[in-house]
Design a protein around this ligand. Structure first.
Ligand SMILES: [Zn+2]
Length: 339
């Protein structure tokens, strides 16, 4: 069964779309001026930690005013992530009364991340940065297949701004009640794969890909159950449709995305006597399609590798992203930098 059609939508360039898109965090520029006191930031061992998602990693150390030879007391601190386009602040803190600090490192997404602690400049002291520390967040299951098994929707890689929280809305529209929990779980899997946060903005009556209504979605992601009479892209054996609209200003990025799910999707029927295994099967079938369509929304294309969620035919009903899916999603995520 063909699971989905990858909907590639022409670029939309609407006046003012870029105006509200301000990167959430900027890296601090570290410059030393001779008139200012020099700041040193020490960070303790280990130089490399490895944890499972949401495992605890802290960076501890101390800040000194190296010119005065005194502790850097109550200095503001930025915990910065190294991305493909520079350092990005992902947490903040401050030193204590003796110049010491402890910062918790975000470990909610997979990958090999590099961090540093920066004390921004004050009126009297220059900024200082610690040496880098590596933290690897491991995938908590055996990811199937090859990391090379991924493609992208557009000829060049188009991304959402990973430094903004992306809102999403669901139109249940008489579809399976399990959808709400499945969508939540699916976005959690996307967050773990990309470092991008998503926010549940409740329900909507909007339907993505409805004839004549293209370009009328709210910013962010809309997921709706519907029928082929409303969304012609669901004709034939397609049970889901997913894609995003993008603009080229100021740089190429997605602005809204949608998932349309076919109410003719052949799910096992539920009754008051349904066993746990039937309930689980229904949930898994819905999730395998939602994960696939959200992969398109994020920017992934199809692959021939049957071990990946992004294979267009839903034979295996995967409910976790494979190694190729994860490698592709990482290239669309926070480690690539803000937009
Ligand atoms: Zn597809």
């Amino acid at each position: 069964m063909r699971r989905a059609i990858a909907a590639t939508i022409a670029a939309v360039t609407a006046t003012g779309i870029g105006a509200g898109l301000v990167p959430a965090a900027h890296a601090t520029t570290v410059t030393a001026r001779t008139a200012l006191h020099r700041t040193t930031v020490a960070v303790g061992q280990p130089t490399h930690a490895s944890v499972t998602p949401n495992g605890t990693v802290t960076l501890s150390g101390s800040v000194r005013d190296a010119t005065a030879g005194k502790p850097g007391v109550r200095r503001a601190l930025h915990l910065e992530l190294k991305t493909a386009s520079g350092w990005v602040t992902r947490a903040t803190g401050a030193t204590n009364a003796t110049g010491g600090y402890t910062l918790r490192v975000p470990t909610y997404w997979y990958g090999h991340h590099t961090w540093r602690v920066v004390a921004p400049a004050t009126r009297t002291a220059a900024a200082g940065a610690s040496s880098a520390r590596a933290v690897t967040v491991t995938v908590p299951y055996k990811a199937r297949g090859k990391a090379s098994s991924h493609t992208f929707m557009q000829a060049r890689v188009v991304r959402w701004n990973p430094c903004q929280v992306i809102p999403y809305r669901v139109n249940l529209n008489g579809g399976p009640a399990e959808t709400m929990a499945v969508v939540k779980a699916s976005f959690a899997k996307l967050t773990a794969a990309t470092g991008i946060r998503f926010a549940d903005k409740g329900t909507t009556s909007a339907i993505p890909f409805a004839a004549g209504k293209r370009g009328q979605l709210a910013a962010g992601i809309t997921i709706a159950w519907t029928r082929v009479s409303t969304v012609s892209g669901l004709a034939g054996t397609a049970v889901g449709l997913g894609g995003s609209t993008w603009t080229t200003r100021p740089t190429a990025h997605y602005i809204d995305g949608g998932v349309a799910l076919d109410k003719a999707f052949p799910l096992p029927k539920l009754s008051s006597t349904s066993s746990a295994s039937v309930k689980k099967l229904r949930t898994n079938l819905i999730e395998s399609v939602v994960l696939h369509e959200l992969g398109h929304v994020m920017g992934l294309g199809h692959v021939n590798d049957r071990q990946q969620v992004m294979n267009p035919v839903d034979v295996d009903g995967w409910t976790t992203y494979g190694a190729g899916d994860l490698a592709g999603l990482a290239r669309l995520g926070l480690d690539q930098g803000c937009l």
